[in-house]
Design a protein around this ligand. Structure first.
Ligand code: NA7
Length: 547
């Protein structure tokens, strides 16, 4: 018996049961397809299942960070907070899975290890880590953009006598930091959210900071009585505004700051008095809310200095305050919003270890040794981020035409794709939020729903006689990546001092390349629709080869 004959056959295999995988299942199943979702975890939720660290919270408003495709779901679910916390999002995804009866087509505790395209059969053979085989003409990789944890790679971790925690694999039962000496390593969005919460419990908290973060006060709060009900009655209007918004979010989000800045005067022409007044009135926001900060490097430098002044008004110890000022321009990393982050450094039980003064050298049995001294702790919480965008698929042996490995292609050429939906040489493999799409620079939910619908329509077209395979043309892929890069050339997003998961520079050995489409979701949707409609001669899916 060949592997193909042994395999369980479906019309579509979906990898992952997070936000994307659940909607892909619902949509494709609704088209009468036999769909199997393979999920490594024991429940639904994807990234939101694993990232249960203290303070984990979404930075986009709940009424926009939720499915819009079903008014029934919208009307039946009640959000309790403006920016939903991890637990509420996990509960929401379980509600959706139950309400849409999705679990019967999801196989949990099943990690996909390899996917190989069988050119003769025009189908994918999917092998799990447990040795099960599945085959389907189509695979939808709903593997998430922030789902492949990035290990810190610090020597000696296995010698540590205390407890090691990872924010992106946080224990389901939680962890009590009370009375413990704790190290948090990493000050990205995750560290910035966790640090104030851990500080309230720990006997002492050491924050190991490699790069300082620009962080702005979060508007997180519970909804007032009746407030959400008022919003729920206006979902049509809210979703219409969201659809028209450049980033797929028209209300409060971490992105609003970038949009709001444009409404303010220029920093370069502001008088010193105006600058100080801005900081006095709006704190750190006053340092950054100027229209020229993102577009004029000199204004960016002034804003960083002003941000330092704003931080120094909050953080009492001048050395700590100075350490909390970034050395790269604002806007080149995803904006971070926080609840009491800077204030936390005024606590007597919190110490900032600025690794610019001496990097981490090793983990010892009793703690962390750095170039500036050793720190004995009971617990180390790593908030060191992800191998984002391409990491999850790169960890699977994805072999396309001629046995080519996707991870090798991305290693050599960078994270290339056509529309972020397909990669040339990998027919019938669809990605949700692949590199080259608006994913990381948008409201993931809005971008994801569009991708699922585009893919579902494409599969329907093929099955209706359009062809057995669809495959991005290398020329179309190259042109698309050129276009994606053209949006960011010379911008703060490709600043050489900026190492982030947005450009892959946070992963040792990965090619540094910013390939998120920043032309806006409405324009991206228009382009995708235009491509699907074809060139007007009856040939659909421009830039793809259908056969
Ligand atoms: P990020 O934003 O990638 O942040 C990771 C942090 O960890 C960042 O401060 C890193 O410093 C730091 N880091 C990584 N490796 C090390 C080592 N080895 N030693 C010390 N410090 C290290 O990930 P997050 O999880 O915070 O957020 C990711 C996204 O999730 C976020 O943007 C939201 O969209 C949700 P660096 O900056 O590289 O110097």
């Amino acid at each position: 018996m060949t592997e193909g004959e042994r395999a369980q056959r479906y019309d579509v295999i979906v990898v992952g049961a997070g936000f994307s995988g659940l909607y892909a299942l619902h949509r494709l199943r609704g088209q009468g397809l036999r769909v199997r979702v393979l999920e490594a975890a024991d429940g639904v939720g994807g990234t939101w299942l694993f990232n249960r660290y203290p303070g984990a919270r979404c930075d986009i408003e709940s009424v926009e960070y939720s499915y819009s495709f079903s008014d029934q779901l919208q009307q039946e679910w009640s959000w309790t907070e403006l920016l939903p916390g991890q637990a509420e999002i996990e509960a929401y995804l379980n509600f959706v899975a139950d309400r849409l009866d999705l679990r019967r087509d999801i196989q949990f505790d099943t990690r996909v290890a390899a996917m190989t395209f069988d050119e003769d059969d025009a189908s994918w053979l999917v092998e799990t880590a447990e040795g099960e085989l599945f085959a389907a003409p189509f695979v939808v990789a709903a593997t998430g953009i922030l789902s492949a944890p990035l290990d810190p790679g610090i020597p000696g971790l296995d010698t540590f006598d205390g407890t090691v925690l990872f924010s992106n694999r946080y224990p389901r039962e939680g962890f009590d930091f009370t009375g413990k000496r704790v190290a948090v390593v990493g000050t990205g969005s995750t560290g910035v959210q966790a640090i104030p919460v851990v500080a309230e419990q720990a006997a002492h908290l050491y924050v190991f900071q490699r790069s300082a973060a620009y962080t702005l006060p979060s508007p997180a709060r519970a909804y007032e009585p009746g407030e959400f009900e008022g919003l729920r009655a206006r979902y049509d209007e809210i979703r219409a505004a969201q659809r028209a918004a450049h980033v797929g979010a028209a209300r409060t989000s971490a992105f609003s700051v970038l949009v709001d800045m444009a409404c303010f005067p220029a920093l370069r022409t502001a008088s010193r008095e105006e600058q100080l007044r801005a900081v006095e009135e709006r704190g750190v926001l006053g340092a950054l809310y100027w229209s020229d900060v993102l577009v004029d490097p000199e204004a960016g430098r002034l804003a960083t200095a002003l941000y330092g002044e704003a931080v120094a008004r909050i953080v009492r110890d001048p050395r700590t305050a100075a350490s909390l000022v970034p050395t790269y321009p604002f806007g080149c990393k995803r904006p971070i919003i926080d609840v009491g982050y800077h204030e936390t450094f005024n606590r007597a039980n919190v110490t900032l270890v600025d690794l610019r003064a001496g990097p981490v050298q090793e983990i010892t049995s009793s703690g962390i040794r750095t170039g500036q001294g050793s720190y004995d702790v009971d617990v180390i919480l790593f908030a060191t981020g992800f191998d984002a965008l391409t990491g999850a698929l790169s960890r699977i042996d994805v072999r396309g035409r001629g046995g080519a490995l996707l991870r090798d292609l991305w290693r050599d050429e960078g994270p290339v794709s056509y529309l972020g939906l397909q990669v040339a040489g990998f027919p019938n493999l669809f990605m949700i939020q692949g590199p080259g799409s608006p994913s990381a620079a948008s409201n993931f939910l809005a971008a994801m729903e569009h991708h699922v619908e585009w893919i579902a329509n494409c599969v329907a077209y093929l099955r209706d006689g359009g062809g057995r395979t669809i495959e991005a043309l290398p020329s179309a892929q190259a042109e698309w990546i050129d276009e994606v890069l053209s949006f960011v050339t010379g911008s703060v997003l490709v600043h050489p001092d900026c190492n982030s998961w947005w450009n892959g520079a946070n992963v040792p050995g990965r090619k540094r390349m910013y390939t998120t489409y920043v032309g806006g979701l409405p324009e991206y949707r228009r382009r995708c629709d235009e491509i699907a409609a074809g060139d007007g001669t009856g040939v659909r899916y421009t830039g793809f080869k259908l056969s």
